[in-house]
Design a protein around this ligand. Structure first.
Ligand SMILES: [Zn+2]
Ligand SMILES: [Zn+2]
Length: 155
C-alpha cells in the first residue's frame, strides 16, 4: 500500500512547473533540467538533482551524503538507481545491493555475474520449452500411428 503511493509520487520526480524567481513556466530541457521561459532560471527535478550531485561529487560514498546534498529522499534515490536512470561512480558502489547475492552494485537490480546467470537460466528455459513442445508433438504422432496399426492388426 505504502509502496504503491511512493511509486505514483515518484512518477514526476517533483518536477518544477513554476519558476520560483519570476513565476514563469519551467520548460523541460532534458536530463532532469528545466529552464524558465522568461528569466532563464534553471531548476532540477529529483532526478536532475541526484544526477548533478553524483557528477559533481564523484567521491560520494554514502546514500546519506547524496540525501543530505540534494534534499532528495533515500527512497527516490534508490528508485532512480533501480530504474537505471542514474549510476554512481565505480568506486562508490555502496548504494545498492544485488538482489541475489547482496554484492554492491552501481545500478539496476543484479550484479553482472548474477544478471548473466539469470539470463543464461532464462535462455535455457526457453530452449528447453521449445525443444519439449517439439518432442511432445512428435511423440503424440508416433503413438497415434502405433494405436492405429494395433487396431488394424486386431481386426
Ligand atoms: Zn523565471
Ligand atoms: Zn549478485
Amino acid at each position: 500500500m505504502a509502496d504503491e503511493r511512493v511509486k505514483i509520487h515518484l512518477d514526476d520526480y517533483n518536477k518544477p512547473v513554476i519558476c520560483e524567481v519570476c513565476g514563469g513556466h519551467m520548460i523541460f530541457k532534458g536530463v532532469g533540467e528545466y529552464q524558465c521561459e522568461k528569466c532563464n532560471h534553471l531548476e532540477y527535478d529529483d532526478y536532475g538533482k541526484v544526477r548533478n550531485y553524483i557528477e559533481t561529487h564523484p567521491l560520494a560514498r554514502k546514500m546519506y551524503d547524496v540525501e543530505m546534498g540534494t534534499g532528495v529522499s533515500r527512497k527516490v534515490i534508490r528508485q532512480l538507481l533501480r530504474e537505471e536512470r542514474i549510476e554512481v561512480a565505480p568506486d562508490s558502489s555502496v548504494f545498492l545491493k544485488c538482489e541475489v547475492c547482496g554484492r554492491d552494485i552501481r545500478a539496476g537490480r543484479y550484479c553482472p555475474a548474477c544478471a548473466q546467470k539469470i539470463q543464461a537460466r532464462e535462455d535455457l528455459e526457453r530452449a528447453r520449452n521449445s525443444k519439449h513442445s517439439a518432442l511432445h508433438g512428435f511423440g503424440q504422432h508416433d503413438r497415434q500411428e502405433d494405436g492405429e496399426k494395433r487396431f488394424r492388426r486386431e481386426r
